[in-house]
Design a protein around this ligand. Structure first.
Ligand code: ZN
Length: 275
């Protein structure tokens, strides 16, 4: 059995402020990395307990070098760094995964009440829409897994993000790591209680992986990007295939979710905010 874990930091138990997630020179970030490592290691250990022979973890937050390869067991492969074509799900195309876990996920930028609401980049995108509807990273990541016939078997994050993923993937085992009071406030669990929930959700999910939902998105896919920066919207609209939909919005039709994710990722990393 092989298991894929897409690991983000904003939904990690104990993480609540942007100093923890974005201020890379601060002791708050260093502490958040410890919590992130513990949540990830807990999910990895649960996967091995459930019978996994190999686990691939995609470090998918911020610099994507938050996790320490030395802290994982030998049969873990760690994907790190940007850019990468499959974005947060790099490695999911390697095939034959029993299931994928969405660890430490957070609400979409369009969520009113979830913690750390953003979709792929809080500085680049005011919204990411697929086929006319705003999407979260978790939804896109579930489609990416589904493209490779991998079911989502479990998810972890705050109550708002977990409710959204349960609505999308009925019956999904989730670990609610904290109760959100808005963008940067949540009621935390004790460390042991949070880790127990993660362990239980991952083990339950892998035990019932055969019945787990595989989310698929048939092509073609219409991708609309609502940008923070008008100059970026203008420049991107010059690229073949893009349509300027509004002052701050561009759209393009692509053949599948893979192409959509490549576009989303490329436009996060290309520096078009220089004026
Ligand atoms: Zn993140």
């Amino acid at each position: 059995m092989r298991v894929f874990i897409c690991a983000d930091m904003e939904g990690v138990a104990g993480v609540v402020s942007r100093r923890q997630t974005d201020d890379y020179d601060s002791p708050d970030y260093a502490r958040a990395c410890v919590l992130f490592q513990e949540d990830a290691l807990c999910a990895v250990t649960a996967a091995f307990t459930a019978g996994a022979e190999e686990v691939v973890v995609a470090d998918s937050h911020g610099p994507a070098t938050n996790l320490d390869p030395a802290a994982f067991p030998a049969k873990v492969r760690l994907v790190q760094g940007w850019p990468r074509p499959l974005n947060m799900m790099q490695g999911i195309d390697a095939g034959s995964y029993h299931g994928a876990v969405l660890l430490g996920h957070h609400a979409a930028i369009t969520s009113i009440d979830g913690g750390f609401p953003h979709s792929f980049s809080s500085s680049r995108y005011a919204a990411v829409l697929i086929n006319g509807a705003p999407v979260s990273e978790g939804q896109v990541n579930a489609w990416l897994a589904g493209h490779y016939n991998v079911p989502i078997v479990a998810a972890t994050g705050d109550d708002v993000c977990m409710a959204a993923l349960e609505a999308l993937l009925p019956g999904l085992p989730v670990a609610v790591t904290k109760t959100s009071h808005g963008m940067y406030s949540a009621t935390q669990l004790s460390r042991d209680a949070a880790l127990a929930r993660i362990d239980a959700a991952v083990r339950a999910g892998l035990e019932r992986a055969a019945e787990s939902p595989t989310l698929r998105l048939e092509g073609p896919v219409e991708l609309e990007l609502r940008l923070r920066n008008r100059y970026a919207a203008e420049l991107i609209s010059y690229l073949p295939g893009f349509e300027r939909r509004a002052a701050y919005a561009v759209a393009i039709e692509v053949s599948d979710i893979i192409e959509a994710v490549r576009v989303i990722g490329a436009l996060v990393h290309i520096d078009v905010d220089c004026f």
